[in-house]
Design a protein around this ligand. Structure first.
Ligand SMILES: Nc1ncnc2c1ncn2[C@@H]1O[C@H](COP(=O)(O)OP(=O)(O)OP(=O)(O)O)[C@@H](O)[C@H]1O
Ligand SMILES: [Mg+2]
Length: 257
């Protein structure tokens, strides 16, 4: 697996009458096979970090290292699941997943479909291979979108709020399910989330960004034993870790009157 380092990265965008400063010297990273989460207020620049890693945008300054080497154009190790990822409604679940293997994984059509079938088994979607996305529940669609991301055959997953649109119970279910798959695969994962508990439950390390222009406010190791299960949530450390993250996010700072 691959190590990712973002060192003192700044990024601004041109806007009418000047520039919008988004990232201000952000340093964070993920060790090989580490599960890292990024928390931060809406609009602070989290998704922008993924645009920089995937080469959609260029940083103004700072360095992005992949396996210790500067990020190079074509050959990057990232499978990216963008925020609000959508499945193609006219393709079956199987063909949506096969698309990841075909386009980004470089497989021919038959091999891509074979790989997609394997993944559907892992993602517990075998029975729905021939369904269209509208026939799935929200949680199943997110699993299919994750399967398509994994089908790209890369060893770093960039997940931008993959469970953002789900109800709390489905979400916890999928978190525990992702944990199980990750324990087996051990990809390097960078997860963007607004869910403090999700970050604690899944991560080895969490980075908290402040409001735009974002700096790193807190880097927190999550020393909970693995594998993490539903029982992990009853660990007294969880509340203390969540409290540290919420404090760094300024949650509860507002006082009425
Ligand atoms: N390509 C772009 N051109 C101009 N401005 C941009 C561009 N991409 C992002 N921005 C601006 O940069 C800021 C950060 O956006 P970004 O999408 O990274 O936030 P975010 O932290 O992911 O927010 P959210 O939690 O709501 O997803 C926003 O103010 C956004 O308007
Ligand atoms: Mg975002």
């Amino acid at each position: 697996m691959t190590q990712i380092d973002i060192n003192s990265v700044s990024k601004s965008f041109p806007v009418q009458g000047g520039r919008l400063e988004v990232l201000d010297g952000v340093s964070l990273g993920a060790r090989s096979g580490e599960f890292v989460s990024i928390l931060g207020p809406s609009g602070c620049g989290k998704s922008t970090l993924f645009s920089l890693l995937t080469g959609i945008e260029a940083a103004d300054s700072g360095e992005l290292l992949v396996g210790g080497e500067p990020l190079s154009g074509d050959d990057n190790p990232f499978a990216w699941m963008p925020q609000n990822d959508v499945l193609f409604p006219w393709r079956t679940v199987l063909d949506n997943v096969a698309l990841g293997a075909e386009v980004a994984g470089g497989l021919g059509r038959a091999d891509a479909r074979a790989r997609a079938r394997e993944l559907l088994a892992t993602f517990e979607l075998e029975e729905f291979a021939d369904s269209r996305p509208f026939e799935l529940s929200g949680g199943m669609r997110q699993r299919a979108a994750l399967a398509r991301t994994v089908a790209q055959g890369r060893d770093v997953l960039l997940l931008d709020e993959p469970f953002g649109a789900l109800d709390a119970l489905t979400r916890t279910d999928l978190q525990l399910w992702l944990e199980q798959i990750w324990e087996r695969e051990r990809w390097t994962v960078v997860l963007i989330t607004h869910d403090v508990r999700e970050a604690v439950l899944l991560s080895d390390r969490v980075f908290v960004l402040g409001p735009r222009p974002a700096t790193v406010r807190l880097e927190l190791e999550i020393p909970l034993p693995r594998p993490r299960t539903l029982e992990t949530l009853a660990d007294p450390q969880v509340a203390a870790l969540e409290h540290q993250l919420l404090t760094a996010l300024d949650v509860g700072a507002y006082r009425a009157g």
